[in-house]
Design a protein. Structure first.
Length: 232
C-alpha cells in the first residue's frame, strides 16, 4: 500500500476523532451516544451478532480496534464466563475514551493509536481481532481502505477477525444524507465485500446481515483463520 494512501487515511482519522469529541461534549462520557449509538442506553446486540460464529474456551488474547470505553470486556465476561483473557490491547483515537477504560480496567493495556499506521506492528498475533463500528466511517478511497484494514487484521490474528459494515441504507434518511462526506456513516455493498474477502488466502468467512434500524442493513462478519500468522 502506498504511503500517501495511508497518510490520507490517518488524516481522515483525525476528522473522525473530532466527530467523536463533539459527541462527547454533547452527550457526556457515560452516554452510549458518545460512541455513536442512537440511544443513551448501551445495547450489546451488535456484540452478540459479531460473536455468533465464535467458539472459544480457556484462554484468549484480544486486539480491540476502536475499543472506545472497552465495553467488549464486560460483554465477554458475561457471555464466556469460563474464558480467561490473558492479553488484551485496546486501541482508540480518542483519549477520553481510553482514560475511562483505563480507570475501569486497569489490568489491561490501552493505546492511543490508529490501527492503520504502518508503525503499529504487534510482535505477537491475537486469538481475536475485532473492530466494532470502525469501518462504517467514510474515508477517502473507502473500498481500498476497507480491504487494507481487513488484510492487516487478518495478519494480526491467529483465530478470528470480527467486524461490521453497513451494506444498504435508505438515502432519504437524515442519518445518511451525507454518506459520502469524510467521517460520516457510509456503506459498502455485500458483493464488494465478498470480492475483498475471497482474495484473502488461508481464511473462510461468514456474513450475517441484519436490519437493526429501519434505515440501514448491517453486515456482521467473522473471518476464520485457517493458518496462524506469525506476525502482523
Amino acid at each position: 500500500m502506498k504511503s500517501n494512501s495511508i497518510e490520507a487515511w490517518l488524516q481522515d482519522g483525525l476528522i473522525i476523532r473530532s466527530r467523536y469529541r463533539e459527541k462527547l461534549l454533547e452527550d457526556g462520557i457515560n452516554s452510549a451516544k458518545s460512541l455513536g449509538q442512537r440511544t443513551n442506553k448501551k445495547d450489546f446486540q451488535f456484540h452478540s451478532l459479531l460473536f455468533e460464529g465464535v467458539s472459544i474456551s480457556e484462554t484468549v488474547s484480544i486486539l480491540d480496534i476502536g475499543c472506545g470505553k472497552a465495553e467488549l470486556l464486560p460483554f465477554l465476561k458475561k457471555r464466556y464466563p469460563e474464558v480467561k483473557i490473558d492479553r488484551y490491547l485496546g486501541l482508540d483515537l480518542v483519549e477520553d475514551f481510553l482514560e475511562f477504560a483505563r480507570c475501569n480496567y486497569p489490568e489491561y493495556e490501552f493505546q492511543l493509536q490508529n490501527f492503520i499506521c504502518d508503525r503499529f506492528i504487534p510482535q505477537r498475533s491475537f486469538t481475536i481481532v475485532i473492530a466494532l463500528g470502525v469501518l462504517v466511517s467514510r474515508v477517502r478511497n473507502y473500498s481500498e481502505f476497507v480491504e487494507y484494514f481487513i488484510r492487516k487484521m487478518v495478519r494480526c490474528s491467529s483465530g478470528y477477525v470480527l467486524f461490521n459494515l453497513i451494506s444498504k441504507v435508505d438515502l432519504s434518511s437524515q442519518n445518511y444524507l451525507n454518506f459520502e462526506q469524510l467521517g460520516r456513516s457510509t456503506f459498502l455493498d455485500r458483493k464488494a465485500l465478498e470480492s475483498i474477502l475471497n482474495k484473502i488466502e488461508n481464511t473462510s468467512y461468514q456474513i450475517v446481515e441484519k436490519q437493526i434500524f429501519p434505515d440501514a442493513t448491517d453486515m456482521f462478519v467473522c473471518i476464520f483463520i485457517k493458518k496462524a500468522n506469525l506476525r502482523c
